[in-house]
Design a protein around this ligand. Structure first.
Ligand SMILES: *[C@@H]1O[C@H](CO)[C@@H](O)[C@H](O)[C@H]1NC(C)=O
Ligand SMILES: *[C@@H]1O[C@H](CO)[C@@H](O)[C@H](O)[C@H]1NC(C)=O
Length: 305
């Protein structure tokens, strides 16, 4: 009868535990624990039963049957208390497990969020790297262009300097003069040199106003021109000579239809350094030389060669 009571109590307990636990884990633990407990209790009861014959009225002061029953009840109470404690511990464990599960879930969520953040950061870093590389390439290109521009500018500056030096160092030669005198220069039996003595300009001093001879200071291309004036009763003919060679001439012959004769000519000459250029008045020809400056001679260097 004691075994039956204990079994009923245990069954009720286990049912309560199953309902309370609600979790498979706990049930599993209960399933493991229950058979052991039942076994323990059964063996305990069996032990108590075997001990019963040795209990007598004289030992305990109670009747043997009642004594045995009391002892068995006491043992059962002890076991029950122990079981209750175990159930309480199991409940604590269950709560702890649930807490740990929630904590684990929280940690999982946190880790997933951190993973997402990390992946976003990595993508951003990749993007920044690409942007950086592109900017670096652009910077290099700009630097290259800047270098090229600087080089070109330097070269142009060098050319300008060279040109400035060429211009500065180039010989400057230009003269212009008129026949000075008190008027009429009469004809003679032979061709004579003309000295245009009234000098307007004589840059470089290559023209000698006393002799009327231009002395080429450098090898180069020069331009010369002249003009003559005379009254018409006789012809006027003048020539430009390079060294001993007649190069250019201008003439106006006697006529009855006008009062004055004017003529002129000009040209470009390639001269060696030291070449002479001068004007002559032809034989039997006359020219006017006075303050009007109507008979003139001029020349200048175009460029050296
Ligand atoms: C530009 O010139 C500087 C100095 O002259 C040099 O250090 C640099 O490498 C050059 N850059 C390029 C793109 O050529
Ligand atoms: C002729 O040239 C001189 C300078 O040499 C000048 O003083 C004079 O006025 C000029 N005469 C004429 C008519 O232009």
């Amino acid at each position: 009868m004691g075994v039956l009571l204990l079994t009923v109590v245990l069954l009720c307990l286990s049912e309560t535990l199953s309902q309370d636990a609600g979790e498979d884990d706990l049930n599993n633990i209960m399933v493991e624990i229950q058979p052991e407990q039942e076994q323990d209790i059964e063996s305990e009861v069996a032990l108590t039963q075997t001990q019963v014959p040795f209990v007598t009225e004289s030992d305990t002061g109670c009747q043997a049957d009642v004594c045995n029953l009391l002892k068995r009840l006491e043992a059962m109470e002890t076991r029950l208390t122990s079981t209750e404690n175990q159930v309480e511990e199991l409940r604590d464990i269950q709560v702890t497990v649930a807490l740990l599960q929630r904590m684990t879930q929280d940690q999982d969520a946190k880790i997933r969020s951190m993973e997402t953040k990390l992946s976003t950061t990595q993508s951003l870093m990749e993007f920044m790297k690409t942007v950086n590389e592109a900017q670096e390439r652009k910077l290099q290109l700009l630097s290259f262009r800047s270098n090229a521009t600087e080089f070109r500018m330097n070269h142009q500056q060098y050319l300008m300097e060279k040109l400035r030096k060429v211009i500065e160092d180039a010989p400057k030669v230009a003269f212009s003069a008129a026949l000075g005198g008190d008027g009429h220069i009469p004809s003679s039996e032979r061709e004579t040199n003309l000295a245009f003595s009234n000098v307007f300009t004589n840059v470089g001093n290559a023209y000698n106003p006393a002799s009327g001879v231009f002395d080429a200071p450098v090898r180069g291309v020069y331009y010369f021109s002249f003009s003559s004036f005379a009254y018409s009763e006789r012809s006027v003919c003048i020539s430009l000579f390079k060294n001993n060679m007649r190069m250019l001439s201008a003439c106006d012959h006697h006529s009855d239809s006008d009062n004055s004769d004017s003529s002129g000519n000009g040209g470009t000459l390639h001269l060696e350094e030291g070449d002479h250029v001068y004007m002559t008045l032809h034989a039997h020809s006359h020219i006017y030389a006075d303050y009007h400056n109507r008979s003139t001679f001029r020349g200048f260097l175009l460029f050296t060669t």
